[in-house]
Design a protein around this ligand. Structure first.
Ligand SMILES: Nc1ncnc2c1ncn2[C@@H]1O[C@H](COP(=O)(O)OP(=O)(O)OP(=O)(O)O)[C@@H](O)[C@H]1O
Ligand SMILES: [Mg+2]
Length: 367
């Protein structure tokens, strides 16, 4: 039995099995004939080559789709992400990462506000036996069946919380996070999820999804670029430019550092306001944890303006993987330790793995 934590984000799909992890842009497209493979692959990593056939259709996924597909799909709409994307993205990742024919168990997540509407759909999309063909960079084809035996869908920020509270074996880990009231700010590409766990118990009233992800900053940037260059740059093509700090459009170089500074300050202020408002009654939060890829970018701004004790991000860790790592730890807790102990609600146990939709003030294990 192989266990995976899979975090299908609007920006990036992140997957881990503990020993290997994989991240790629949540983009797919029609596969096209690649005639000059050597040239195209020169300098590109083998693992960036995600090419597979599912249900008779051939797809490029991630960077490969961005570079090579004429028709490619990228979305900021949850309905689409679940409807069309989730299965292709998850299977592309599993085709690359799963080793043998063993059945696979997956823990994945959804933003709090989408949980009740999409949980069932996601379980159905992923569960079962999927006949796929994975195509390697050299053109060789491998037919195989990916058997996803079990899928557990939990609220996305639980990933970050479990990552803090459980150790690698899926046992109760750092005492500090088990005994404290912890607030998590998970900033992704489209969504920002704020959630609180009080002594491992999930606090519904203080947990919510907002639309203040990094894409908001990217949209502002794209509008400015259009004003200046006349070109409408697609949001998913801004990642590299933003990381470099400049973009070349039709031969002209645009420096992005100053404007990004301004846009990020604005977004961080908006996030801090949302958090301070949502958590106005939670003045007894011990620690605030910033998570997600957007968290890495905005932490320097947020640390200055958030009210509370903010845990500094570990620069060694890629915070984009926090949820996926937490999902994997939870998978180990669920499936490698045998049955969930009855005492799971005590402070020494991890927070509640919400089986039903999160509707009550508190989520009990296996409720
Ligand atoms: N090494 C990196 N490469 C690319 N982006 C990065 C990197 N480090 C941080 N980022 C930032 O991470 C953001 C994406 O974060 P993340 O992967 O957590 O989002 P997501 O989970 O896909 O989105 P959502 O949670 O809204 O569904 C990007 O917008 C970018 O600003
Ligand atoms: Mg995310």
């Amino acid at each position: 039995m192989e266990l995976f934590g899979i975090d299908i984000g609007f920006g990036f799909t992140k997957v881990t099995n503990g020993s290997d992890s994989l991240v790629f842009k949540s983009i797919y497209g029609e596969a096209t004939d690649i005639q000059f493979r050597e040239n195209l692959l020169d300098g590109n990593r083998q693992e960036d080559y995600l090419h597979l056939e599912v249900d008779g259709n051939a797809f490029f996924v991630g960077e490969l789709a961005e570079r090579q597909s004429t028709v490619r799909y990228f979305t900021l709409d949850q309905n689409q992400l679940m409807g069309n994307f989730a299965k292709v993205l998850a299977l592309a990742a599993l085709a690359r990462m799963s080793k043998g024919q063993e059945p696979i168990r997956v823990v994945t997540g959804l933003p709090i506000k989408f949980l009740s509407s999409y949980r069932e759909q996601l379980v159905q999309q992923l569960s079962g036996r999927h006949s796929i063909v994975s195509i390697e960079a050299d053109g060789s084809r491998h037919e195989r069946v990916i058997h996803i035996a079990q899928v557990k869908v939990i609220p996305q920020p639980f990933g970050s919380l479990y990552n803090l509270m459980l150790n690698e074996r899926g046992d109760a880990g750092d005492r500090r996070f088990l005994a404290e009231k912890v607030g998590v700010i998970d900033i992704g590409f489209r969504t920002a999820d704020y959630s609180v766990a009080n002594k491992t118990k999930y606090l519904e009233r203080a947990s919510r999804t907002y639309d203040t992800g990094i894409s908001q900053a990217f949209s502002t940037l794209a509008n400015k670029l259009q004003e200046n260059s006349g070109v409408n740059v697609e949001l998913f093509r801004l990642f590299e430019a933003v990381r470099r700090g400049n973009i070349k459009i039709r031969g002209k170089n645009y420096d992005l550092a100053k404007i990004l500074e301004r846009i990020y300050t604005q977004l961080a202020t908006e996030i801090a306001n949302e958090v301070n408002q949502l958590w106005s009654d939670e003045w007894d939060i011990d620690t605030i944890v910033i998570s997600g890829g957007g968290g890495v970018v905005l932490a320097p701004y947020l640390e200055k303006i958030l009210e509370g004790n903010v845990l500094t991000l570990d620069p060694q860790e890629d915070a984009r993987f926090n949820n996926a790592h937490g999902y994997l730890k939870f998978a180990r807790y669920l499936w490698e330790r045998g049955a969930v102990p009855a005492a799971a609600a005590t402070p020494a146990a991890p927070p509640a793995p919400a089986t039903p939709a999160v509707t009550s003030g508190e989520v009990n294990p296996e409720a």
